[in-house]
Every structure is written in C-alpha cells, then in structure tokens.
Design a protein around this ligand. Structure first.
Ligand SMILES: [Zn+2]
Length: 334
C-alpha cells in the first residue's frame, strides 16, 4: 500500500508508492557518447574564452583558470534599470532586471563533479558562494538561486561541466515558502525547524547517507523524487552566503560522494543540484537554514503531479538511502 508523507520544510505531500518492478525502473537513460578532454568547438573549453560573454569571476590556476564565471549568453533575466513594478489590476508586470551567470566548473571538457578531486569540487562551491554573495548584495536582488543541470532530462545538452546562478528581482515562491514555513515553526515552537529535522533524521538513522565535519547528507523522509538527497549544515545557517571557507572541503566531499552514489545506484542518470537558501538579506533569519538538494531525474511529472502539486515517489527514501550507502562502501573512487 502507498503512504502519504509530508515534507516539514514545505508542507507539501508526497505519495510514496513502491514499485515492484525490477530496476532499471524509471526514465530511459540515454547515454551520451564519451566526451573528449578538450572540444575545439566548445565555448567553455580553454582557448575559446572569447566565445562567451565577458568573464565576471575566475579562480586561477597558474596562468590558466580553474573555474570561470561568465554571463549567460541567453539570460533569463538581465540588464539594468528600475526593478519597480508596473502594469495594473490583473496584468501586473515588471522589467526582467536581474542577473544570470554560468559557472564553468573545470577547464576539462569531460570533467564531472563526482570524479573530480575534493579540492576541485571545493573550488566550484567557492565560486558558487562568491557569486551568491556578490549578487545577493545588490539592491535589486530578491533572491539568488544557484543550480546545476546535468543532462538533457535535467535541462541541458551542453556537455562541458557547468552550473548557473540567477538573481531574481522578486522572491520566488519556493524560496518564500520554505522560509515562511520555518518561521512559522519557530514562532509556534520556539525551536528551529532544521535543528529538529536533522536531529530527527540522525535519531532515525535509516535515511542518513553520511556525515562529514559540520554537514550531513540524507534522503529526506518525504523526498518527492526517488534518491533525492539533501546536504545540510548541522548547525543551521540561514544563507548560503554564510558558508565558511574552512567548511568547504567537507561540503565538497559530501557533494561528490552523494553524486557518486546517485550515479552508481541508477546507471548514471541526469540530475539537478539546487541550493535552497534564504531570500536576499535574511542572514538574521536564524529559523531557516540553507541546504543543497541533489535531484536525480528518474521520473517525469505527469498530469497528476501538475494537477495536484503532489509527487509520486516509487522508491521509499529508506530504500534509496540504504542502496546509496551500500554502493559507497564498495566504490573505490568515492
Ligand atoms: Zn568544453
């Protein structure tokens, strides 16, 4: 029988409906052909720097670069100007002021976060945080969303490893909802939701993947999708801007291992990574905590999901966590 589970951070319900079919159980995974280490036609490969919009940030590596941040060639939001709304009545509208950047994660065309060194993954996380801090501080910014799309099912067909950051002039509904749910919880109980959530997951134990330093990776109790995994600081910090330099290696270690586990349990699926953080300027909102979500694209939202806002997860989170722990025990690269 299926069960309904509620995510305490969004109050959204998920139907956990284990499927009996043997694996591979979900989306057809179309394997991309092996990529070369350097592709002369790739705009993100070294030597082609002039093919991208201007560079806004780089982490150098001797004469070359390690991580490079450039404007998005097709920005969703961009340009200067007043962020004020106009329009009227039921036709509200405002200029698409904001920023959309691409973080090129490695000079190597065929690099992957789950195969990189922990130091190299750390450089990517550092670039995420640096861009987050800069964009968050701008007057017009309502929130900063950091994310990664890997593979066509996840929204990209560009092979060169990259992630993105978008600064929006409004607070997106998901960002606002998580923040307000945590605030409600704090006002109602005097306790911080993410303290209680992490304590509860640690006590239950069965969904925890691993802990490292001041971070924990776990498959949440009400994970909307199969193998969805969160990485959260064990001492909650409201904003991703507050990620401290000395903590980056531990976070990089856990992210790499989590991606490795997702890959090995599911035949290398496409995936997204998103950073859930507080709205801009809410570092003092101590009832909230940023966290990273790793989202393998193993199912497709169909009519029921679109019509209900509920998800159906065919893999119980306990099963997913157990399988991921097992592959990590056996994998030498991780
Ligand atoms: Zn490339």
């Amino acid at each position: 029988m299926s069960t309904l589970r509620q995510d305490p951070t969004t109050r959204a319900w998920t139907i956990v409906a284990p499927r009996r079919a043997a694996r591979p159980h979900f989306a057809v995974i179309v394997r991309a052909p092996d990529q070369p280490e350097h592709d002369p036609n790739c705009p993100f490969c070294p030597g082609n720097e002039s093919m991208t919009p201007p560079e806004v940030h780089r982490i150098s590596n001797g004469a070359g670069w390690h991580v490079r941040v450039v404007g998005n060639l097709y920005p969703a939001l961009g340009g200067d100007g007043a962020a004020d709304g106009n329009g009227s009545g039921l036709f509200r509208e405002r200029p698409g002021v904001g920023t959309h950047e691409v973080i090129i994660e490695s000079p190597r065309h065929n690099a992957r976060l789950d195969e990189m060194s922990v130091e190299d993954v750390g450089a990517v996380l550092l670039a995420w945080r640096e861009r987050y801090r800069d964009l968050e501080g701008r007057e017009e910014t309502g929130a900063v969303v950091v994310f990664k799309n890997a593979g066509p099912m996840a929204g990209t067909s560009l092979n060169h490893p990259h992630s993105q950051v978008v600064a929006t002039p409004v607070i997106p509904p998901e960002v606002l909802r998580r923040f307000e749910v945590a605030k409600d919880y704090f006002e109602g109980t005097g306790r911080r939701l993410y303290d209680d959530l992490i304590l509860s997951e640690r006590t239950a134990g069965e969904r925890v993947l691993e802990e490292r330093g001041t971070f924990v990776a776990f498959v949440p109790f009400a994970a909307p999708g199969p193998f969805e995994t969160w990485i959260a600081p064990t001492a909650p910090q409201p904003s991703f801007a507050q990620l401290r330099d000395p903590d980056i290696p531990d976070l990089a270690w856990l992210l790499k291992r989590t991606l490795r586990a997702v890959r090995l349990t599911n035949d290398d699926p496409d995936f997204n990574v998103v950073v859930a953080s507080a709205p801009a300027g809410q570092e003092a909102g101590s009832w909230f905590s940023w966290h990273i979500k790793v989202l393998p694209r193993l199912t497709t939202a169909a009519g029921f999901e679109l019509g209900s806002g509920m998800s159906i997860n065919p893999v119980p989170p306990e099963t997913a966590a157990s399988e991921m722990r097992e592959v990590l025990r056996e994998d030498a690269l991780a």
